[in-house]
Ligand binder design. Structure first.
Ligand code: ATP
Ligand code: MG
Length: 481
């Protein structure tokens, strides 16, 4: 960083240098102290910007490789831009750019789960049939379950959900004190379901990522309290993503239990039909309402209006359905064992990723929830042979410094180094991929006080024409901070 600062000092306006210098003290120390550096000083490497010419973004699918009908916007955009690549029906390769986004989503979910006391675990995907026979779901799951035999002819399935496994895990611990409850265990893992009709890309896959949380409580009251706190956390996740969502009364299906809600994103391609009361806001999946009923049963006055949604989350209050069967016991204050009360809570991680693209994007350009955009900034250097070519190094330096100096942009910068292409063509690609900020280093950067052109939704300053605004480098840093 020190080398870099010296190198670019004369080129970048002093304000930018000062701002960057201030923000990058850590890296500076890293470069200059040679004796016994502290662990924190050596732990962070300089991350170079990702070069578009090197990104594994295979965007030229051969005819027929799309994996069935491209029936929805998110599937088309994700395949077109090389975020995902089709494999078997309902299975996809998640490519590097998509994975960045998914990992950000997982981190956001982690935060909200930790905020309510969740502890992350990772359970085997290979589940013994014994467990499922014990709960009675080995038969019930029918063809949706991927089943297999091991070399000893023992039956297994690839976990479609983990109520059996987690309850068995809890039950295997003797003498869990009431003081340990509520216990909230969750995981983010692949789930396997042999869906009758995998479709809409990641929205309905046969192999997908789910965040599933399981709660254990001392009694019904405590379990319902936990249930509501998880629902609130789910609401916060969707709020932070900037998604419009609705929580609806839902059926319990083959998971069971007595109380259940779904979290739905309103969307025309949604496969769930919802009824919402215009008066009190009561919302329900149509599966839970008597056929033909149009009056709201909650306020008795409003009418129910139908709409469609994509189910992105599902919560269940299970009571003792699984804990009875598996003898999931805890020890009460009176030293007497009792059956734990359970809840289970699913979030479709890959489905949320695709669904947010589905509901936020236009037909021809991805729009990400800002928090999970794969990269925050794309820097476009001038075209080779153009007048501005001599300021190419300014683009390299800007990309390098933005990506290392501001904590929120660390490792978040892409440099579109395909300089044989016009700015216009690269700008078009950048728009399709939906970077929150795109910075163009063009002719105006040749001026004494270099101006950068900048496309970004959060821009609050300066002149702008045709959606492109110009700004000084320090303003750029200030707005991205
Ligand atoms: P659906 O009714 O859409 O088939 P489900 O009710 O069977 O879903 P749950 O068992 O409630 O699903 O699973 C929890 C969450 O996992 C769902 O809310 C959804 O977001 C996600 N999910 C379920 N099935 C799939 C799938 N095939 N592909 C992607 N995500 C899925
Ligand atoms: Mg469901």
């Amino acid at each position: 960083m020190e080398v870099f600062m010296h190198h670019c000092h004369h080129k970048l306006p002093s304000l930018l240098s000062r701002t960057l210098f201030k923000a990058s003290k850590k890296s500076y120390i890293y470069c200059t102290i040679h004796t016994s550096p502290s662990v924190s000083a050596v732990s962070k490497p300089v991350i170079p910007p990702a070069l578009v010419s090197r990104l594994f973004l295979p965007s030229n699918l051969r005819e027929g490789q799309e994996g069935g009908d491209l029936t929805c916007r998110s599937q088309r955009l994700m395949l077109q831009t090389g975020l995902i690549h089709p494999s078997n029906p309902g299975c996809f390769y998640y490519l590097p750019v998509a994975l960045r986004s998914m990992e950000k989503l997982v981190r956001l979910i982690d935060e909200e789960m930790w905020a309510i006391g969740g502890q992350k675990v990772d359970m085997p995907a290979l589940c013994s049939a014994e467990l499922w026979k014990k709960s009675g779901r080995w038969e019930l799951m029918g063809k949706e379950m991927f089943r297999l035999l091991d070399r000893h002819n023992a039956e297994y399935c690839l976990g479609p959900t983990h109520e059996e496994a987690v309850t068995e895990l809890f039950a295997s611990q003797t003498m869990i004190s009431y003081k340990k409850l509520p216990l909230l265990l969750y995981q983010v893992t692949r789930k396997f379901r042999d869906e009758q009709k995998p479709k809409f890309g990641l929205l309905r896959g046969r192999e997908f990522y789910m965040k599933d949380m399981y709660s254990f409580d001392i009694n019904e009251e405590a379990a319902l309290h936990t249930y509501h706190s998880v629902c609130q956390a789910y609401g916060r996740i969707f709020d932070r993503l900037g998604l419009k969502w609705v929580q609806v009364q839902a059926a319990t299906g083959n998971i069971g239990g007595t109380l259940s809600h779904e979290f739905q994103l309103p969307a025309d391609i949604g496969e769930d039909q919802l009824l919402v009361c215009g008066n009190c806001g009561f919302s329900a999946n149509i599966e839970t309402i008597d056929p033909g009923q149009t009056e709201c049963s909650m306020c008795q006055t409003g009418t129910l209006t139908e709409s469609k949604g994509i189910e992105v989350g599902h919560t269940f209050y299970l009571g003792t359905k699984y804990s009875e069967t598996f003898k999931a016991l805890f020890v009460k204050a009176s030293n007497v064992p009792a059956v734990a009360e359970m809840g289970c809570f699913g979030l479709g991680v890959t489905r949320i990723l695709a669904a947010s693209i589905e509901v936020m994007s236009s037909e021809d350009a991805i729009h990400w929830p800002g928090l999970i955009a794969p990269y925050q900034v794309c820097v476009l250097p001038p075209k080779k042979g153009s007048k501005a070519h001599e300021v190419t190094s300014m683009a390299d330096e800007l990309a390098q410094s933005l990506g290392n100096s501001l904590p929120n942009l660390r490792g978040e910068v892409v440099l579109d180094d395909r300089m044989q292409m016009t700015i216009g063509k690269r700008l078009k690609d950048a728009k399709i991929l939906g970077y929150p900020y795109v910075v163009v280093i063009g002719q105006k950067a040749l001026e004494d006080l270099p101006l950068f052109e900048y496309v970004g939704e959060f821009c609050h300053f300066n002149s702008h024409t045709n959606g492109i605004r110009t700004c000084l480098s320090d303003q750029l840093v200030a707005v991205m901070r």
